[in-house]
Write a protein that binds this ligand. Structure first.
Ligand code: NAD
Ligand code: IPM
Ligand code: MN
Length: 347
């Protein structure tokens, strides 16, 4: 039987609950479709940091490299470990080391889910650059603690990095409704974002079948609320994509619904699948986290591994469950009830 080895990193807070939920749904789908998922769990988290002084062991990246894919819950417990330490110690290095440059985040309403907007028929695929830009980690502070202090955070945009994410976006647009929206702030950021616009223009000549529009990030934020149905594929830099995808989550009913795939399109290292949301300290331990985002991310993992039928079955089961009213009212159904509802719809 075909067997995939999956690294499981539940992480912090509700990361544990939603990873367990996704894993149990994935196991049922694998069994139904005749393949096996062999999971190895890693306790890397803020608790691990407290015990060891590191978010993951020194050879953590090399350990993960041997897996077919990574399923992650959430990282961060700011009451005990500063976010900049925990995220730069685990999540962000994985995305970078494995060149998971395409962060794919779908935004649409599942049946029965009441979003905050009048518009309901939207289907947006946000594609976020995931390895450079505003998250390059370059910069520093001088004269720390004095009135002369200066903090510099340098965004690094490379031709390779910008070209490959835009090309990825064009290809996705071609396989969907043929529309690409490129997001910048080139009216104010005159180096990196003008560079981004130039590359968008040049690539558009290679994809004459794709209709391209460029938007500034502020206007795009408004458009996602006012006219989400006008959007198909949206490509943005690391930080802009981060912000737009929490907005995307909001219009699809909340963070509990927003899935995410960190893809290495070259397939020379594992890709990582995780919900858009974080560890949600405000509801951690209550058993009410919505596992749909994590389950949907798990379906994206199976799709990436080539198990298209199993992935489609999970999406269909999620849709059947929400159409039955399961998991659609935030905080009403418990995590385990939603998970059981999706598993029931799978079989
Ligand atoms: P968050 O996404 O954890 O929570 C924001 C709000 O959404 C909270 O009110 C929370 O209860 C709610 N929420 C999130 N997921 C939910 C779910 N599945 N079901 C129901 N409600 C849900 O964002 P935050 O509070 O800014 O961050 C908390 C911690 O998580 C921080 O340490 C942050 O850095 C980290 N974080 C990690 C990731 C990740 O690992 N990918 C993503 C975002 C934030
Ligand atoms: C996300 C998260 C992360 C990001 C944080 C936790 C570093 O917000 O995956 O959207 O900004 O990429
Ligand atoms: Mn985010």
């Amino acid at each position: 039987m075909k067997t995939y080895s999956i690294a499981l990193i539940p992480g912090d807070g509700i990361g544990r609950d939603v990873t367990d939920a996704a894993w149990s749904v994935l196991q049922v789908a694998a069994k139904t479709c005749g393949f096996a998922l062999n999971g190895t769990e890693f306790p890397w988290s803020c608790e691990f940091y407290r015990k060891t002084g590191r978010m993951m062991p020194e050879d953590g990246i090399e350990t993960l490299r041997t897996f077919d894919a990574i399923l992650l819950g959430a990282v961060g417990w700011p009451a005990e470990v500063p976010d900049a330490v925990s995220l730069h110690g685990l999540l962000l290095p994985i995305r970078k080391a494995f060149v998971q440059y395409a962060n794919i985040r779908p935004h649409r309403l599942l049946p029965g889910v009441q979003g905050p907007l009048r518009a309901e028929a939207f289907d947006i695929l946000c594609i976020r650059e995931n390895t450079e830009g505003e998250y390059s980690g370059a910069g520093g502070r001088v004269h720390q603690g004095t009135n002369d202090e200066v903090a510099v955070e340098t965004s690094i945009f490379t031709r390779t990095g910008v070209e490959r994410i835009l090309r990825f976006g064009f290809e996705q647009a071609r396989s969907r409704r043929g529309k690409l929206a490129s997001v910048t702030k080139s009216n104010a950021q005159k180096y990196s974002m003008v560079f981004w616009d130039e590359i968008t223009d040049r690539l558009s000549a290679e994809f004459p079948d794709v209709e391209v529009s460029s938007y500034h990030i502020d206007a795009m934020a408004a458009r996602m609320v006012m006219a989400p149905e006008s959007l198909d594929v949206v490509v943005a830099s690391n930080l802009f994509g981060d912000i737009l995808t929490d907005l995307g989550a909001a219009i699809q009913g909340g963070l509990g619904f927003a899935a995410s795939a960190n893809i290495n399109p070259r397939r020379d290292a594992p890709s990582m699948f995780e919900p858009v949301h974080g560890s949600a300290p405000d509801i951690a331990g209550l058993g009410i986290a919505n596992p749909i985002a994590a389950i949907w991310s798990g379906a994206m993992m199976l799709d990436h591994l080539g198990e298209k039928d199993a992935a489609a079955r999970i999406i269909a089961a999620m849709e059947t469950a929400t159409a039955r009213g399961i998991g659609i009212s935030p905080g009403k159904d418990r995590t385990e009830t939603i998970t059981a509802g999706i598993i029931a719809a799978l079989s």
